[in-house]
Design a protein around this ligand. Structure first.
Ligand code: UDP
Length: 243
């Protein structure tokens, strides 16, 4: 598969065109950013671990009937994905209070939410990814009502499967962020899961020790980020022998 031109560069990934119009290469960088890029570091081999972990999770979700963009992993930093039109919304799913949610409502980290909460943030770094409602999404035509309904159903299902997956390996899924895109083929368009799912985009706590196994280690200067990501990969039974 030949890698052609750089189509998009984000904080932690690059997207390249390929010889096929409907396929892209997703490259995982080592950049770690937080607080809308105010904190930025290169963390050696983070991209390699996220590529492996995201591959594992997208395959698992695919096996459970969640349509997604993953086709196959090409090498340690790259995967071949379906080209989608990204819906410019970060879909955040929360099982427990953490991060910006605790700050917004002045509540304690770790508080159980009586039911799973879905929030939407606009993907707009310039305006600090504002929290938006279904109404904003419709007024600005980022998605229509049936797409919003579809996204919510898929987000809840993804939460169910991921919670089960992580539970089995003694990890609590506190919250996570996912993105969706429109994938068109044979004149039909469907909403599929895109982007990545990794410890960069999830809060993962060890169920016994409550230790953080995710990007909060970077956000809060706790150290040991690579060790934590490796621990997640190992518990997912990902082969790290070439790592
Ligand atoms: N998240 C993400 N990218 C973002 C913002 C959040 O992947 O740009 C993830 C984050 O890792 C966490 C969840 O979404 O698992 C909820 O994050 P929150 O809104 O609490 O914001 P944060 O505290 O991460 O800034």
């Amino acid at each position: 598969m030949s890698k052609n031109k750089l189509l998009y560069e984000g904080k932690a990934k690059q997207l390249f065109t390929t010889d096929k119009d409907d396929q892209l290469i997703q490259f995982f960088k080592d950049d770690a950013t937080a607080f809308n890029k105010k904190k930025h570091e290169i963390i050696n081999s983070k991209g390699v671990l996220n590529n492996l972990i995201s591959e594992n999770i997208f395959k698992y979700l695919g096996e459970n009937g969640i349509p997604n963009h993953f086709i196959r992993r090409l090498n340690e930093r790259e995967q071949l994905i379906k080209k989608v039109e990204i819906i410019p919304i970060e879909v955040v799913v929360r099982n427990k209070a953490a991060g910006t949610f605790t700050k917004r409502f002045g509540i304690e980290e770790g508080l159980d939410l009586p039911e799973t909460l879905i929030e939407f943030n606009l993907k707009d770094d310039e305006h600090d990814d504002p929290l938006i409602s279904d109404e904003h999404i419709k007024v600005f035509k980022w998605a229509n009502q049936s797409e919003i309904d579809d996204i919510k159903i898929k987000a809840i299902l993804i939460n169910k499967y991921l919670t089960e997956l992580f539970n089995q390996i003694d990890i609590l899924l506190v919250d996570f962020k996912i993105e969706f895109g429109r994938f068109s083929s044979n004149g039909k368009t469907e909403i599929i899961l895109a982007d990545e799912i990794s410890p960069d985009s999830c809060r993962l706590w060890d169920t016994k020790s409550n230790e953080k196994l995710d990007k909060d280690r970077f956000r809060r200067n706790l150290g040991g980020l690579i060790e934590a990501y490796k621990e997640v990969a190992t518990r997912l039974e990902i082969d790290l022998s070439n790592f």
